[in-house]
Design a protein around this ligand. Structure first.
Ligand code: AMP
Length: 175
């Protein structure tokens, strides 16, 4: 089923050249979101990946990780925690900064959102260089969480982000 699903998602993703800057081929997942069938199937695939696994929290990375993460969390009887860009969360936060190709970025989380020993799955739409996901893993661990795995709808294999992650990684569609 996931092979067929992967093909359907691959066909549906829209490639947008030179967005958000020259040289980037942006994988636009919005056509997947607007298909009720594909959206449901992707969420089911993610939930199925963690069937029988003890997960307390799904952590979604702003902003497309929120879409899939929040849909998956109740299906696997887990809560949802957003990792947000700076200045968005109202309560006391922990943060981690990381390098991008040009400049840097920061992710924040509410410091009481993850308790010591919580078993966490990190969800985002796409794994590229892995910098964002490595930062997310770091933040979860800073709060005492145990990263059960990272899950992506799309993985850009040639950027080798997976090699930077020291936790189990799954992805549905690979380029
Ligand atoms: P990275 O930190 O390089 O792994 O980048 C991952 C983050 O950037 C994810 O949140 C993605 O949504 C976004 N991203 C990076 N490259 C692309 C791309 N080619 N198409 C769509 N989103 C991307």
């Amino acid at each position: 089923m996931s092979h067929t699903l992967a093909e359907a998602v691959r066909r549906t993703i829209r490639d947008v050249p030179d967005f958000p800057k020259p040289g980037i081929l942006f994988k636009d997942i919005t056509p997947v979101l607007s298909s009720p069938r594909l959206l449901q199937d992707v969420v089911n695939w993610t939930a199925g990946t963690y069937a029988g696994v003890d997960v307390d929290l799904v952590v979604g990375i702003e902003s497309r990780g929120f879409i899939f993460g929040a849909a998956v969390a109740p299906q696997i009887h887990a809560g949802f925690v957003p990792l947000r860009k700076p200045g968005k969360l109202p309560w006391t936060t922990r943060q981690v900064s990381y390098d991008l190709e040009y400049g840097s970025a920061t992710l924040q989380v509410h410091e009481d959102a993850i308790q010591t020993g919580d078993r966490v799955v990190i969800v985002d739409d796409l794994l590229a260089t892995g910098g964002t996901a490595v930062a997310a893993v770091d933040l979860v661990r800073q709060l005492g969480g145990h990263v059960v795995g990272c899950c992506f709808v799309v993985e850009l294999d040639f950027l080798e982000g997976r090699a930077r992650l020291d936790c189990p990684v799954v992805s549905l569609v690979n380029y």
